[in-house]
Design a protein around this ligand. Sequence first.
Ligand code: ZN
Length: 311
Amino acid sequence: MSTRRKLHMRNIIKKALKASRGRKEPAYVPVFHSSSKIRRTVVLCISVCMLFMVCSTGVAKALDKQDVPQKMVAVIIDDLGNNMKGTEQILNLPVKITVAVMPFLPTTKQDAMEAHKRGHDVIVHLPMEPKQGKPEWLGPGAIKANMTDEEVRAKVTAAIKDVPYAIGMNNHMGSKVTSDKRIMSIVLDVCKEHGLFFVDSRTNYWSVVPELAAKKGMPPVRNDVFLDDVHTLAHVNRQLTKVVEWLDEHDTCVTIGHVGVSGMYTSSALHSSVPKLKEHAKFVGISDLVRAVWGWTGDPATNTTMPSDAQ
Ligand SMILES: [Zn+2]
């Protein structure tokens, strides 16, 4: 190839290279830089968002724990004191509950002391005359509508002294007596004098107890859900679902079950539902609930009779 021809070829290659650089570089470099910037911006945004989410979740959890009061469920189990079916299983529940012990019965003291030893609350389960029902269902020491003021006062005082560690009281039956203002006023007065509050079991829709209690500066606390008014396991489980539904709309739930005919169903259903209920509320004794909700300061320790072997 002649020198002239070589020079000509070199010029052609130079021009081609120059042309290709001139076309590609200005177009290519800004595109690379801009996509890198976008990528970096997107990564930065995602990181900030994730950090915000983690922080806000953590803050929400901390607020939940510290600032939002936890909901409370108080389970009361009635009819202890007569070695009834399910007593041991109920006392074995792994959460704090309240046992309502009937006075003057064979295992009154034993059940009350055992419950206290295991950290449960104890209340007196005072028999009261119902509108219907057999008198023998009432048990000893019952309050009847035809009693004088003095008789009522004496019966309530004796019942409080018979149940060790009692910090409150509720009614066994009593659909007739709990709608009687004269009698219930005396019952509440005696309770208050002994540092006890009264839980209305709600055996009568027309009960005067919450209204009277509020007037006397006592907690107007009452039963919200009966667990075992029908004696089947399926019913108790349905009622426990109602407890959860109640807690969705209220801050507290008082729920009453029994030992005896339904004792095994109630204890078994409660044992199985403890983890689920714990997701919705804290298990408390009824004394914790009345202190937290109504600021109750009654101090029954100096008023109740402690058996000599209770230590
Ligand atoms: Zn009862």
